[in-house]
Design a protein around this ligand. Structure first.
Ligand code: EPU
Length: 423
C-alpha cells in the first residue's frame, strides 16, 4: 500500500484546477441506464470510485469508454443483459445502490446487493427502498440482495415524503420517477448541487423535472429518454479542501473553476476564521497572511449548510487556530476518526459523541498517521502541510477514491509532498 510523505514548508502560491465532482459523476453514470441512446459525460474526474462504477455498469451490459485521459466518459446502455449488481462490486462502493432506480424504471426488474455498513456510519438504504415502493415497486430482501420488481406496465408516479434528507435516496427516486407513469412529488428532497446537476442532465435527456435545488421536486414521467452530453459540475468538496491549503499554510492560491455559490456556508466560516476569499469570473482566490486563524464553531448539515465532507479538513485548520472551536457532526455518527490521528500530530481534541472540541495549538508536529476514510486522509495531508517536520500518511487508497493528482496539484503551489510507492 502506497503512502504520502508531506513536509511542512511554509506558504503556498499558485493555481489549482478543480475537477468535476465525484459525487455528481457517480449518480450521472447510472443515469445512462435510463436510455438506450448514448450518454456522454465531460469534465469527469479521474478517480478509483469512477473506475468502480465503470466496472459495475459494464457488468450489467452497459458500454463505458474513457476518452481524453479519462475526462470524457462515453456510455451506452442499449444492451443491458444482466440485472444483478453483485456484492463483490457493491461492497467496494456504496454509491453502487444508485443503479437500482434506473434499472428498475427501465426494465421493470433489478437485483442489487445491499451495501452494508462503512467506516463513517451504518448508512442504511431504507429511504432508497421506501422511495421506490412509493412508485409501486415490490421489494424482497433475500440473501443480502434487494430483489425489486415494478408493477405490470412499469413504475407509477407517487408522493415520496423523506423523513430526513438523503442525497442518494433523492437521486435514486429522481432517476426512477423520470420513466414512471404520471406525476411524482419528492418532499424533503436533498438540495445539493449534485442533485441539481443530475436534474439538468436528465432534462437534457428529455425528462420533465421542476424544483431541483429546492426541497420539493416534481417529475412528470415520460415514455422514454434519449441521449445527451453533459459536463459534470465542479467538485465543491475538492474545491473546499484545496481552499484550506493556503488557509492552513498561509499564502495565496487561486482555485480554477471554483464558485462561491457551491460552498457558501463553508466560505462564511473560513472568512470568520480570518481567511480572505475573492470571487473572480471563473475561480476563487484564497489568501492568508501572517495572522493566525481564529477558532470558529461548525455544525454539519445538508446543503446549503456546512458539508460533512469538509468537516475533517476544517478540523485540521481548527487544530492550528487561536482559541477553542466545537465541531458538531450531524450527518454521520462516526465521522471523527481523523481526530486520534491529528492528536498524534500534537492537536488537542476532545471527542464526545457527535461533538469534537478543538483547542488550537501554535504548531503541529509531523508524525506517521493512518487514513481511515477519504476525507480523513486528506485532512491529515492538510495537517502535514502545516506541521513541522515529516508526516507520512499511510493507506492512501482512500485518497485515490476522491482526489485526482493530489501530489501534482499540491506540488504545483509549492507544497513538499510525494507519493511513496510500496516496493
Ligand atoms: N440515511 C438513512 N437511510 C437511507 C439513506 C441515508 O438513514 O436510506 C442516512 C445516512 O445514514 C446519513 C444521512 O441519512 O446519516 C445522510 O446520508 P445521505 O443518503 O445523504 O448520504 P449518501 O447519499 O450515502 C452522499 C455522498 C457522501 C456525503 C453524503 C452527505 C455520494 C456518492 N456520497 O452519500 O459523500 O457525505 O451524501 O452529503 O454522493 C464522500 O464523498 O466522502 C462521501 C461520504
Amino acid at each position: 500500500m502506497d503512502s504520502i510523505l508531506v513536509t511542512g514548508n511554509g506558504p503556498l502560491k499558485g493555481q489549482i484546477p478543480i475537477a468535476g465532482a465525484k459525487n455528481a459523476c457517480l449518480t450521472l453514470m447510472p443515469a445512462t441506464m435510463l436510455s438506450e441512446e448514448p450518454l456522454t459525460l465531460t469534465n469527469a474526474p479521474r478517480l478509483s470510485d469512477i473506475r468502480t462504477m465503470t466496472t459495475l455498469l459494464q457488468s450489467l451490459g452497459a458500454e463505458v469508454s474513457t476518452l481524453q485521459d479519462g475526462q470524457v466518459l462515453a456510455m451506452s446502455s442499449h444492451d443491458i443483459n444482466n440485472h444483478t449488481a453483485d456484492y463483490d462490486i457493491v461492497r467496494k462502493m456504496r454509491a453502487s445502490i444508485l443503479v437500482l432506480g434506473p434499472m428498475l424504471a427501465r426494465d421493470g426488474h433489478a437485483v442489487v446487493s445491499l451495501p452494508g455498513g462503512c467506516a463513517i456510519g451504518a448508512r442504511p438504504v431504507d429511504l432508497h427502498l421506501k422511495a421506490l415502493e412509493a412508485l409501486g415497486a415490490q421489494l424482497d430482501l433475500k440473501d443480502g440482495y434487494v430483489h425489486a420488481k415494478a408493477p405490470l406496465g412499469g413504475l407509477k408516479g407517487g408522493v415520496i415524503d423523506f423523513p430526513l434528507v438523503s442525497v442518494g435516496a433523492t437521486e435514486n427516486a429522481l432517476m426512477a420517477a423520470t420513466l414512471a407513469k404520471g406525476t411524482t412529488i419528492i418532499n424533503n428532497a436533498a438540495r445539493e448541487p449534485e442533485i441539481v446537476d443530475l436534474a439538468q442532465c436528465l432534462r437534457k435527456m428529455g425528462a420533465q423535472i421542476e424544483g431541483e435545488g429546492t426541497s420539493t421536486i416534481t417529475i412528470q414521467g415520460v415514455d422514454r429518454l434519449h441521449g445527451a452530453t453533459h459536463p459534470v459540475v465542479t467538485d465543491r468538496i475538492e474545491l473546499g479542501t484545496y481552499m484550506l491549503a493556503p488557509a492552513i499554510c498561509g499564502g495565496e492560491v487561486e482555485l480554477l473553476g471554483g464558485k462561491r455559490s457551491l460552498i457558501e456556508a463553508f466560505c462564511n466560516k473560513l472568512e470568520a476564521a480570518g481567511v480572505e476569499i475573492t470571487e473572480n469570473e471563473n475561480s476563487l482566490t484564497v489568501r492568508r497572511g501572517d495572522n493566525r486563524v481564529k477558532a470558529v464553531d461548525v455544525v454539519t448539515e445538508p446543503f446549503p449548510g456546512f458539508p460533512t465532507d469538509l468537516q475533517a479538513q476544517m478540523m485540521a485548520l481548527m487544530c492550528t487556530a487561536e482559541g477553542t472551536s466545537v465541531l458538531e457532526e450531524k450527518i454521520f455518527e462516526n465521522r471523527f476518526m481523523h481526530a486520534p490521528e491529528l492528536i498524534r500530530m500534537g492537536a488537542q481534541i476532545d471527542v464526545q459523541g457527535g461533538h469534537a472540541t478543538v483547542t488550537g495549538v501554535e504548531g503541529l508536529k509531523g508524525a506517521p498517521v493512518m487514513a481511515t476514510d477519504l476525507r480523513a486522509s486528506v485532512s491529515l495531508i492538510l495537517a502535514g502541510l502545516a506541521a513541522e517536520g515529516e508526516t507520512t500518511v499511510s493507506r492512501v487508497y482512500h485518497l485515490d477514491r476522491g482526489y485526482e493528482h493530489v501530489v501534482r496539484k499540491l506540488s504545483s503551489v509549492g507544497a513538499k509532498i510525494e507519493r511513496i510507492q510500496e516496493q
